[in-house]
Design a protein around this ligand. Structure first.
Ligand SMILES: Nc1ncnc2c1ncn2[C@@H]1O[C@H](COP(=O)(O)OP(=O)(O)OP(=O)(O)O)[C@@H](O)[C@H]1O
Ligand SMILES: [Mg+2]
Length: 319
């Protein structure tokens, strides 16, 4: 399979001010390796604060990692700062909030045209490209939607504009950061189906960031479960969901009743226990304080091990 993007032991840390003279380090992403091939979707799942968004932003170079490598189409682009234009054209991101991410003073047509201007697409070619993008996201009649401003659109329609803007340059890599979490439930499925159709049409490599295991199950080829800045379990989607090994993955699955009909009546919406802070993550296994398996584990951090074909788990125990 043709690899589009590879993250090799990526660490993305932030310095934040604790007081005027004191800074602390937030280890938002702390040693992630991941590869996404052409036409494949990898879901990143995990609790709030586990580092999903930071990982996505690192993958499209909106933030620079402090160490590790970012390989795009076989080339090391970790420290590339100039000549990013070609990468920016090929790698796009859809944000969670369709209300914040669109310029309120621009029409839909202008919003979608902006990346075309930035990337030097000739003026005479633009109208037909804009039209195709609007058709792609089913904002029709096209002529009508082109002239609208974001405030005239519903949340779902705004996110369609966000998607149109992201795909108008036909990227080969797309990060979708919880693209439907802020849209009302009734239009979510439709937008996800649309998104899936576009992914197939343009054969994009997609990083789909979500809290929702049910949509991850439906859309992705692989699932990566993130906890405290690391991937603790990774593998083919059904393999991970049907045979979860890490206790954290099991807990995440348990709180989504629809995934397993036998769990339908279990009313557990939150995973027990607070995750440790990424500011001073514990030494060794970060899940120790919440682990239901109990018992003694070694003091070192658990490394990823392959327990079935392509199924990797970082846990000292659990199998
Ligand atoms: N720019 C930043 N500066 C400082 N800390 C940050 C920054 N961005 C993220 N963080 C911290 O990094 C950690 C991971 O945040 P991130 O947004 O990546 O998590 P997430 O998994 O996307 O969470 P959610 O599911 O709530 O969106 C959090 O502790 C967050 O506060
Ligand atoms: Mg996030």
């Amino acid at each position: 399979m043709e690899s589009i993007i590879e993250l090799d032991n990526i660490r993305t840390h932030f310095q934040i001010y604790k007081s005027l003279f004191k800074t602390v380090t937030v280890k938002a992403v702390d040693g992630v390796s991941l590869r996404i091939n052409k036409g494949e979707t990898v879901s990143i799942v995990g609790e709030s604060g586990s580092g999903k968004t930071t990982l996505g932003r690192t993958a499209v170079k909106l933030v620079e990692p402090i160490s590790g490598k970012l390989i795009f189409e076989g080339k090391d682009i970790t420290h590339l700062r100039k000549n990013l234009k070609s990468f920016r054209r090929k790698a796009q991101i859809i944000f969670q909030d369709p209300f914040m991410s669109l310029n309120p003073y621009m029409t839909v047509s202008q919003i979608i045209e902006e990346p075309l201007i930035i990337h030097g697409v000739p003026r005479e070619d633009r109208p037909s490209i804009i039209e195709r993008a609007l058709q792609d996201v089913r904002l029709m009649p096209v002529e009508e939607f082109k002239m609208k401003y974001p405030h005239m659109l519903s949340g779902g329609q705004r996110q369609r504009v966000g998607i149109a803007r992201a795909i108008v340059l036909e990227p080969i890599f797309l990060v979708a950061d919880e693209p439907v979490s802020m849209i009302d439930a009734s239009s979510r499925a439709e937008i996800l189906l649309l998104f899936e159709a576009l992914q197939k049409k343009y054969k994009m490599a997609v990083m789909y960031i979500t809290h929702d295991l049910a949509t991850a199950k439906y859309f992705s080829d692989y699932i990566a479960v993130m906890y405290l800045g690391r991937i603790v379990e990774y593998g083919p989607t059904l393999e991970v969901l049907q045979n979860p090994i890490h206790p954290y993955t099991r807990m995440l699955i348990d709180v989504v009743p629809d995934l397993d009909p036998q769990n339908r009546f279990i009313q557990r919406n939150v995973i027990p226990g607070e995750p440790p802070s990424p500011i001073n993550p514990p030494v060794g296994c970060g899940f120790k304080s919440r682990c239901p398996l109990g018992g003694e584990c070694p003091n070192d951090a658990p490394q990823m091990r392959e327990i079935a074909e392509g199924h990797m788990v970082a846990c000292h125990r659990g199998w």
